[in-house]
Ligand binder design. Structure first.
Ligand SMILES: [Fe+2]
Length: 203
């Protein structure tokens, strides 16, 4: 059985200050993300036991756990490198061209993504994804981690809008947190993800 593992943060906990505070990063990475890794592995272990016993009576609940926790793990694994202390400004090169082509302009994309993240009902994510079938970028919301996706679309830039991501510093002001996020976006990382996704799609 392959086990999920918590990836290390690619920078110090305090590196994104003042936009994302150190205490939030410690709790978010070490506790919350770790819990999703543990939850996904626990679901995989239950599935292994089911295969051994042949008793699949609980499979619906276990797969629900797997979808929630594995999606939580995978989105957080994109979220950390999507940010950088050297981040911010605007994307360059082919990513900038693709954003302008698909959204009209960077400003239009930024407004749409911010609205998507701000409008998530309850806990979830704002997501910029590459949809290979139509070779286009989509903004999506995820409720919790796993609901509302477009199956097959590959997340490139994700913004965690669970309260655990911002409440210590921004309290109920999700909009201020979203505004701060733009100062730390690691555009070269997003560009590399788009390039890899398009290459994989044969585009
Ligand atoms: Fe989170």
């Amino acid at each position: 059985m392959v086990k999920y593992e918590l990836p290390p943060l690619p920078y110090d906990y305090a590196a994104l200050e003042p936009h994302i505070d150190e205490q939030t990063m410690r709790l978010h990475h070490d506790k919350h993300h770790q819990a999703y890794v543990n939850g996904a592995n626990a679901a995989l272990e239950k599935l292994e036991k089911m295969r051994q016993s042949g008793d699949y009576a609980a499979i619906k609940a276990v797969l629900r756990d797997l979808a929630f926790n594995a999606s939580g793990h995978l989105l957080h694994s994109i979220f950390w490198p999507n940010m950088s202390p050297q981040g911010g400004a605007e994307p360059q090169g082919s990513l900038a061209e693709k954003i302008s082509h698909d959204f009209g302009s960077f400003a239009d994309f930024k407004a749409q993504f911010s609205a998507a993240a701000g409008g998530v009902e309850g806990s979830g994510w704002g997501i910029l994804a590459y949809e290979p079938n139509s070779d286009q970028l989509l903004t999506l919301q995820a409720e919790k981690h796993q609901n509302l996706t477009a199956q097959g679309a590959r997340p490139l830039l994700v913004l965690d809008v669970w309260e655990h991501a911002y409440y210590l510093k921004y309290q109920n002001n999700r909009g201020a947190y979203i505004e701060a996020f733009w100062n730390v976006v690691n555009w070269p990382d997003v560009a590399a993800r788009l390039e890899a996704a398009r290459r994989a799609a044969g585009r």
